[in-house]
Design a protein around this ligand. Structure first.
Ligand code: NAD
Ligand code: UDP
Length: 346
């Protein structure tokens, strides 16, 4: 029995492979490397001491997907593959709908035809839109997504919900990530964005390592205690562990399956604690003894002021809780960046 991990060479995928190995699971990876490097797979092999069965290709390639499912004894799929840059999705919406929605539908069709009906999907807090109150529970209705990327996540969630309604054997876990940051504590795998980082933590680490001059803090006029935006940052290893717990929750164990609930289950994966942009900068400087020069600039269009979750459902139902604090997130992010200033290209 093995888990099919789509997008397994990416940031969250690689960390999840390491946690899957630790928990004793076998897996097979498909990735087209459109946003990742083969070295990431080698590093996971180094960390786990096991060679990875890798298929290089697109999830939309039905023939390849069928071949993977016929060649391996797959019982569940962790679906990380997708494009994730919000700004790019505004410029190239069709590329995002084609890759994240059409690609995922094609993949799902082949999975179901081959009897693989347990799916764990990388969704996002962005599907909640801009709720009026915090913390966000899974009971909150989905909101107005502000960009095509967010819509691809919301649409594929709905597709999994409808597919599960039509097939009583289908089980889909929708994991709504808050803000994944940090890296494996070995410093061997981590986040390796192409070009200018869109996200806060990789921007901070690139300023700290001297690759960029200054951090732009987007907005100091939010209705928050220090007037900068607030997010729920979660260590990527905790997030990865949430995926392993989700597999167990749906009855997929390393050595086989046990009966479990079917249908759609939704979990927020966050710490439940909000940290402001300025607090994160300060925590990073203190944890690592480095300076992160910054300047305040205008708000980034589409940004919400505050987002943090209530993560108690995941704790109650799957025994999962984020264990690593902001200091650990900052220390591990820095450990990765300073040891790999050019990411996997170095
Ligand atoms: P990533 O870009 O590092 O990893 C995604 C991987 O999928 C890459 O290796 C890429 O090459 C691969 N891929 C993309 N399209 C593919 C396709 N059509 N066929 C085969 N492989 C393909 O991203 P990540 O940060 O690891 O995110 C993983 C998932 O989690 C994504 O679906 C993303 O939207 C979602 N997510 C990420 C965040 C975040 O902040 N990182 C937050 C919420 C949700
Ligand atoms: N942010 C910032 N400067 C940057 C990148 C992000 O001030 O270079 C802020 C952004 O406005 C938000 C927070 O950091 O308040 C988290 O942004 P990120 O893009 O990492 O995640 P998001 O929550 O937007 O998906």
């Amino acid at each position: 029995m093995a888990i099919l991990v789509t997008g397994g060479a990416g940031y969250i995928g690689t960390h999840t492979l390491v946690e899957l190995s630790k928990a004793g699971y076998e897996y097979v990876v498909i990735d087209n490397f459109c946003n990742s490097d083969k070295k990431a797979i080698e590093r996971v092999e180094e960390l786990t001491g096991k060679s990875i069965k890798l298929y290089e290709g697109d999830i939309a390639d039905c023939e390849l997907m069928d071949k993977i499912l016929k060649e391996n004894n797959i019982n569940a799929c962790m679906h990380f593959a997708g494009l994730k840059a919000v700004g790019e999705s505004v410029e190239k919406p069709l590329m995002y709908f084609k890759n994240n929605v059409i690609g995922s539908i094609k993949m799902l069709d082949v999975l179901i035809k081959n009897g693989v009906k347990k799916i764990i999907f990388s969704s996002s807090a962005t599907v909640y839109g801009e709720p009026e109150t915090m913390p966000i529970t899974e009971g909150f209705p989905k909101g107005e997504t502000t960009n095509p990327y967010g819509r691809t996540k919301s649409i594929f969630e709905d597709i999994l919900i409808d597919t599960s309604k039509a097939d009583s054997e289908m089980t889909a876990v929708l994991l709504r990530y808050f803000n994944p940051v940090g890296a494996h504590e070995s410093g061997r795998i981590g986040e390796d964005p192409e070009g200018i980082p869109n996200n806060l933590m990789p921007y901070i680490t690139q300023v700290a390592v001297g690759k960029r001059d200054i951090l732009h803090v987007f907005g100091d006029d939010y209705d928050t205690p220090d007037c900068s935006g607030i997010r729920d940052f979660i260590h990527v290893t905790d997030l990865a562990d949430g995926h392993v717990k989700a597999l167990k929750k749906i009855g997929v164990l390393p050595d086989g399956e046990v009966p479990a609930d079917t249908g759609v289950i939704i979990y927020n994966l966050g710490t439940g604690k909000g940290t402001s942009v300025l607090e994160l900068v300060k925590a990073f400087e203190e944890a690592n003894g480095v300076k992160v020069p910054y300047e305040i600039t205008d708000r980034r269009p589409g940004d919400v002021a505050v987002m943090y979750c209530d993560a108690s459902k995941a704790e109650k139902e799957m025994g999962w809780k984020a264990e690593r604090n902001i200091e650990k997130m900052c220390a591990d992010a820095w450990n990765w960046q300073k040891n790999n200033p050019e990411g996997y290209k170095g």
